[in-house]
Ligand binder design. Structure first.
Ligand SMILES: Cc1ncc(COP(=O)(O)O)c(C=O)c1O
Length: 430
């Protein structure tokens, strides 16, 4: 038999490949990857890292850069944590891995702390799970709870709660909070978005990116709604207790009686204890939900390094925490006051005075640039890396983390750069 000419063999292989080649990535991951690829221009979904990386490159080339893009309060993990980690290194390095839910000693400490601070008893055996940062807890929660098509109400501006929802093939229903209304969480506006498919509401308190601290009235309204419509509430409280001007911090768990078995409280060691590199977070919730999250952990990461969990235990000592938090609040409140005073006086810039957190969100929409363009300008002109609002559903805004030891200097540089825009004829339009 005469053999086929090579070209036609290639053509048939090509057409076969085309015919049978399925999309490689799952739709929701493909959509995310496509957005990520265009992120340098659009800033979605995580323009913060683009600006931070650009800043890093400039620094490597010798330019002095102050990093205020990523939400970092400090990178100085407490000495007691580092010492405890070192002390256990040999034993833990050669020992057994921790259970999927986390090291019992750490789970007990988390639950004791929670009860001591907020008065709610939590059973360490089945109501808490330790994760790799709170971001992973949020992913696990969505993976455990959300069926394709389930709706999740996400108030925006917001941290990335929508992404794990989408990865779980849920549908995000966004509720736009109003700056003019001090980003008030009005339960009547939430209720209008509830359908038969609504399963969960996400809450962030204290709030990233606005620095808002929710009142107990707002929280009570949402708790009531959750009860009435049988909804879950995810309360991200990674900035818990970091509140200014002596205002009270109310966690959602204060409404445990109303909300019953529908609340999942998520927190982290990253912000409160400057332990970003430990990547430790946790979720507290009803046993059934925690069991679901345990399944996801068991068959994905198989658990969190026990050495790091062991090292984290002393951070939860109440005396240590109280002192540490008081010092953190004092430092951040000073930084906030300076920033609000200095930037608040600039023509074209408006903002809500943060009530907590290390974050300040400024409205720069009158300058006619996208938040990504504005951040690139600030990086070039001021040598300060800031986060574009677009990454947090807040286009027209720039988020500044005030955790840096050079925060005041950064604010001065930002202010000078903004003033220069006017001199160049690129000032705010009325
Ligand atoms: C509101 C909020 N939740 C969760 C995270 C994730 O933090 P981690 O995974 O380090 O605990 C962050 C980080 O910036 C955050 O701001």
């Amino acid at each position: 038999m005469p053999s086929k000419p090579l070209r036609s063999v290639v053509a048939s292989v090509e057409s076969r490949t085309k015919m049978h080649r399925r999309p490689v990535l799952a739709k929701q991951v493909e959509a995310l990857a496509r957005k990520y690829a265009a992120m340098e221009t659009t800033g979605e979904p995580f323009g913060t890292v683009v600006i931070a990386e650009m800043g890093q490159k400039l620094k490597e080339r010798g330019k002095d850069i102050i990093f205020c893009a990523e939400s970092i309060i400090s990178t100085r993990a407490p000495d007691i944590v580092i010492e405890e980690t070192q002390r256990n290194l040999r034993e833990m390095a050669q020992g057994q891995e921790a259970p999927f839910l986390g090291l019992p000693e750490l789970r007990r400490s988390i639950c004791d702390r929670f009860q001591g601070l907020y008065g709610e008893r939590v059973d360490w055996r089945d109501e808490v799970i330790v994760t790799s940062g709170s971001m992973q807890a949020e992913y696990y929660l969505m993976a455990a709870l959300i069926n394709p098509g389930d709706e999740v109400i996400v108030p925006v501006p917001s941290f990335f709660f929508d992404i794990p929802v989408k990865l779980a093939r849920g549908r995000c229903v966004y509720l736009r909070l109003q700056a003019s209304d001090n980003y008030h969480h009005d339960e009547r506006r939430f209720e209008k978005l509830i359908t038969k498919k609504t399963k969960l509401i996400t809450l962030c308190n204290p709030h990233n990116p606005t620095g808002r601290v929710l009142t107990s009235e707002e929280l009570a309204g949402i708790a009531e709604l959750a009860t009435k419509h049988d909804l879950f509430v995810m309360h991200d409280q990674v900035y818990e207790r970091i509140v200014f001007d002596g205002r009270p911090y109310t966690p959602m768990v204060k409404f445990a009686r109303e909300i019953g078995d529908r609340l999942i409280s998520i927190s982290s060691f990253s912000k409160l204890f400057n332990m970003i590199n430990y990547r430790l977070g946790y979720a507290i919730g009803p046993p059934e939900v925690i069991r679901g999250m345990e399944m996801v952990q068991a068959f994905s990461s198989m658990g969190i390094p026990s050495l790091l969990q062991k090292g984290a235990v002393p951070a939860l000592n109440r005396d240590f925490e109280d002192k540490h938090i008081l010092a953190t609040i004092a430092r951040l409140q000073r930084a906030r006051d300076y920033a609000v005073e200095r930037l608040g006086g600039l023509e074209g810039v408006t903002m809500m005075k943060p009530e907590g957190t290390n974050l300040l969100l400024i409205d720069i929409s009158s300058f006619g640039m996208t938040s990504m363009e504005f951040c690139k300008y600030l990086l070039r002109e001021a040598g300060v890396a800031c986060a574009p609002g677009v990454a947090y559903h807040a286009e027209g805004h720039v988020r500044i983390s005030l955790g840096s030891e050079r925060s005041e200097e950064a604010i001065d540089k930002i202010a000078t750069a903004i003033q220069k825009l006017k001199a160049r004829g690129q000032g705010p339009t009325a």
